[in-house]
Design a protein around this ligand. Structure first.
Ligand SMILES: Cc1cc2nc3c(=O)[nH]c(=O)nc-3n(C[C@H](O)[C@H](O)[C@H](O)COP(=O)(O)OP(=O)(O)OC[C@H]3O[C@@H](n4cnc5c(N)ncnc54)[C@H](O)[C@@H]3O)c2cc1C
Ligand code: FES
Length: 380
């Protein structure tokens, strides 16, 4: 291990909220549900299911928080037992949507699964509390075991192929380690760690998620080489050019790379791999979008299909505005990545928060990264 890297072992101290979940995969159940709804009218079968067990719902995915395990001073792992309809055949690296009832409103965010899809009946996410963030602080400090949450099915393309490539480079920083943790756990359980180099950084060793587990992996798997950098004392990974990579991972050009971390790190990585002519080796997951547009506008947003409307400000996304009005908005990543939230703009103008571009009626817009630039109407 390079001297520039700390030795870990020494330092360890509403995708659309499904209206009928799994209907496509369970046609038989759906038919039963239709028959049941005739028998049980005026109450819906869902009402009876919920009386029997709050995790049973034919309309939406739910889960119960079994455990909230503190990982570092500002992060925690939530172990969740999903209810009926959840499919455990997710791919390592995928994320789920989690909805939490706070102050009478369902708030949704995306979190990478940190668990491995290897037969268990629980899933795990690991959340870092953002200082000014709303839901992450609540998930880390406010959620107690027993809490029932809503779930959106696992999705995302930031996944390891099956079989995994023979040589891999993981490039992670901070909470960006979460999807890679699911990959590592999966590889370890399948005996698939052949040649993995993992460049990871966090402010201090105490801030490092999964530090003990990663150190154990490094001890037990000769094919796993962990290079940890404590940025507060050692400075950030220098990705201004390929020199650091050449020194630490001389064969980096031949490796498939999965990278997740702050936007600056990912931007640097994109440049380096593109300059080397191997941009296709680099797989990236972003947790945040760059909001560059000037916040101005707002207005009354009308949701044509549901007949609802809401007055919103220039900073609230159309997705959040719809949810606050009780509209079942389709969504996935909530970060402008997956396109699940696309709907048609019927009238008025909306602004893309990333580019500042105003969209005209007749175009299809991503509600998770758009705000009202005046009164507007959406086809949802
Ligand atoms: C695919 C994916 C996977 C993810 N996986 C993980 C994971 O495994 N672990 C994890 O901890 N996080 C993960 N995230 C991030 C997570 O979804 C949340 O974004 C994060 O927890 C912050 O949520 P919050 O409610 O606390 O913050 P929010 O209240 O949503 O705010 C987020 C940040 O943006 C700022 N902000 C909010 N609104 C505005 C605005 N209008 N203009 C400018 N800035 C604003 C806030 O100050 C805050 O710093 C993932 C995200 C994606 C897209
Ligand atoms: S929810 Fe993924 S792009 Fe909008």
């Amino acid at each position: 291990m390079s001297k520039k890297y700390a030795s870990i072992s020494a330092n360890i101290g509403d995708t659309k909220r499904p209206t009928v979940v799994g209907a496509d995969r369970h046609p038989g159940w759906n038919a039963l549900r239709r028959i049941a709804s005739r028998i049980t009218t005026p109450l819906l079968p869902d009402d009876y299911l919920r009386l029997a067990n709050p995790l049973w719902s034919a309309r939406e995915l739910r889960g119960r928080v079994l455990e909230v395990r503190r990982e570092t001073a500002d992060s925690a792992t939530l172990v969740i037992k999903p209810g009926w309809g959840f499919h455990f055949d997710y791919r390592p690296g995928q994320y789920i949507g989690i909805g939490l009832l706070v102050d009478g409103r369902w708030r949704w965010r995306s979190y990478s699964l940190t668990s491995a899809p290897t037969g268990g009946r629980t899933i795990a996410i690991t959340v870092k509390a953002m200082p000014e963030g709303f839901l992450s602080s609540h998930l880390v400090d406010g959620v107690v075991p027993g809490t029932v949450v809503r779930l959106a099915a696992p999705q995302g393309e930031f996944v390891l192929p099956e079989p995994a490539p023979a040589t891999v480079l993981f490039l992670t920083a901070g909470s960006g380690i979460t999807p890679v943790m699911s990959m590592l756990r999966t590889l370890a359980r399948r005996g698939g760690i052949t040649d993995v180099v993992h460049l990871h950084s966090a402010p201090t060793p105490a801030d490092m998620l999964f530090a003990e587990e990663l150190a154990a992996l490094a001890r037990e798997h000769p094919g796993y080489r962990l290079l940890f950098r404590a940025t507060r004392s050692q400075g950030r990974l220098d990705l201004s050019g390929p020199a650091m990579l050449d020194a630490e991972v001389p064969d980096w050009r031949g490796r498939q790379v999965w990278a997740c971390g702050p936007a600056a790190l990912l931007g640097d990585a994109e440049r380096i791999w593109a300059d080397a002519g191997i941009a296709d080796h680099l797989h990236i997951e972003r947790f945040t979008i760059a909001r560059t547009a000037v916040a101005s506008g707002g207005g009354t947003v009308t949701f044509a299909a549901s007949g609802k409307s809401v007055v919103t400000d220039a900073a609230t996304t159309l997705l959040e505005a719809g949810e606050s009005a009780g509209v079942q908005m389709p969504f996935g990543c909530r970060m402008g990545i997956c396109q699940s939230c696309v709907v048609e703009l019927v009238a008025g103008q909306v602004r893309d928060l990333r580019s500042g571009v105003d969209h005209e009626p007749g175009t299809r817009i991503q509600t998770c990264v758009s705000t009202a630039a005046g009164d507007c109407e959406l086809d949802v």
